[in-house]
Design a protein around this ligand. Structure first.
Ligand SMILES: [Fe+2]
Length: 435
């Protein structure tokens, strides 16, 4: 049985305290993000008047060898990237286009081997969250071939990356924010047809550059647009409400939230809406930076992960559904949600409870605009199926790594209660934590 870093007793017991340690006054805070290049022309294949980011990247690559990590769908986008670097700086490329959804470990090892054979000095990850996470993890295999990241990594590991290559993330969806974050998620085969998703996080995994080209997101179908956009909304909201948030991350998260409410319905209705796509790819990165700093996505992601895994529901749609339940559950812990209400102009002058209700109503309204339900029944899960699987679902959620960094520790019964409220679309009692 493979042991993971989050199987460590200390992480399970102290994850909450570690996440909250940032709250101690006087502790110096770090805030670093990739170099962000945003716009519909981030891959110019001609030299401009002034040196640009393409020249800057090329100057960092003595061998001019680029390795592209992508999947069978996104491989269609790589021509413009290759053309630009080939024409302007004589790069040569190798392509690995076999990354699978949720990135199984065997997939990462294979990609890492291909990378090691080619010996690039820059890695381009072109795709959604799975591709970018797959590139991050394969990169570790390339840099440290004798280090089994899946089994040997722990929260105190120093990876010492960037001795051989650096990483450029080029997202083709607007949601995961992986192009800006220190996290990577992979899928482990547990045997007997069972799998689990496991995360690794290290500041070294943050890409060096995030090149945001909205034209790469035009092909996303409406349902994927809705799911990825809601994932970004959940990151921004719980990044702000999360214990590790600070003024830098809050500012970005609030801007992301305003943009998502305004532009996600437009991108959903018309995938070729250029302004909406530009705003959404930007908002997803802002939200990614926000939750990377916020330190916890709380029950929203622990429940979303496990519900999604058990009932085959898209990550963003699952976590989007739990946004309101998470806000209600954490209500006694923080007043940070009032900042979000203020940004959206829905704060009630007298009642905090009313402000929270206004925010939950606004999220539910967005779900309706995206043709998505606000409860589990609406996802097509039958009551019999739900009741049969509830205990297993709650147990899996309790063991989800994001549970260990929830701002308050949860037990099995609390998770079962929360799932039951979400199944029927009932409000979570605002004093549940205190009971
Ligand atoms: Fe997410």
């Amino acid at each position: 049985m493979v042991k993971f870093w989050f199987d460590n007793f200390l992480v399970k017991k102290l994850g909450y305290a570690m996440t909250n340690a940032d709250l101690v006054r006087g502790v110096a805070r770090r805030f670093d993000i990739p170099i962000m290049i945003v716009g519909p022309n981030v891959f110019p294949d001609r030299v401009g008047i002034f040196p640009d980011h393409i020249d800057e990247i090329a100057a960092r690559c003595p061998k001019k060898r680029g390795f592209i990590v992508t999947d069978k769908f996104c491989v269609r986008y790589i021509k413009k990237i290759i053309d630009c670097f080939e024409k302007r700086h004589n790069f040569i490329f190798e392509i690995y286009d076999k990354i699978l959804p949720e990135c199984p470990t065997e997939n990462i090892i294979e990609c890492g081997k291909a990378m090691s054979q080619f010996e690039p000095d820059v890695i381009f990850a072109v795709g959604g969250g799975s591709v970018i996470d797959g590139a991050k993890l394969s990169w570790i295999f390339y840099e440290k071939p004798d280090f089994n990241v899946f089994e040997e990594f722990d929260v105190f590991t120093t990876l010492n990356l960037r001795k051989k290559a650096f990483l450029i993330a080029i997202p083709t969806t607007s949601g995961t924010g992986s192009e800006t974050t220190a996290a990577a998620i992979f899928k482990v085969d547990l045997g007997e047809g069972k799998h689990m998703k496991a995360p690794i996080a290290s500041p070294e995994l943050k890409p060096d550059y995030a090149l945001l080209d909205p034209t790469l997101t035009y092909d996303m179908p409406p349902k994927l647009t809705a799911g990825t956009g809601l994932d970004a909304l959940a990151h921004a909201i719980f990044g702000i409400v999360g214990p590790g948030s600070n003024d830098f991350s809050d500012a970005l998260g609030l801007q992301a939230i305003k943009m998502i409410f305004k532009y996600l319905p437009r991108a959903f209705r018309n995938g070729k809406d250029r302004e909406a796509r530009l705003k959404m790819i930007t908002a997803a990165s802002l939200a990614g930076i926000c939750f990377d700093r916020g330190g916890s996505t709380g029950i929203n992601h622990s429940m979303g992960h496990q519900l999604g895994a058990m009932f085959k529901i898209h990550h963003g749609i699952a976590v989007g559904l739990f946004i309101t339940y998470g806000l209600q559950f954490y209500y006694p812990l923080t007043t940070k949600y009032l900042d979000i209400c203020e940004a959206l102009n829905i704060r009630d002058d007298i009642s905090n409870e009313q402000s929270l209700k206004n925010l939950c109503d606004k999220v539910n309204q967005l779900l309706k605009e995206l043709d998505l339900p606000t409860d589990l029944k609406g996802l097509g899960i039958s009551r019999t199926d739900f009741e049969e699987k509830l205990t297993e679902l709650a147990e899996n959620t309790l063991n989800d790594p994001t549970s260990f960094t929830s701002p308050v520790p949860l037990d099995l019964e609390t998770y079962k209660l929360l799932y039951s409220y979400a199944f029927d679309g009932k409000d979570v009692p605002l004093d549940l934590i205190l009971q």
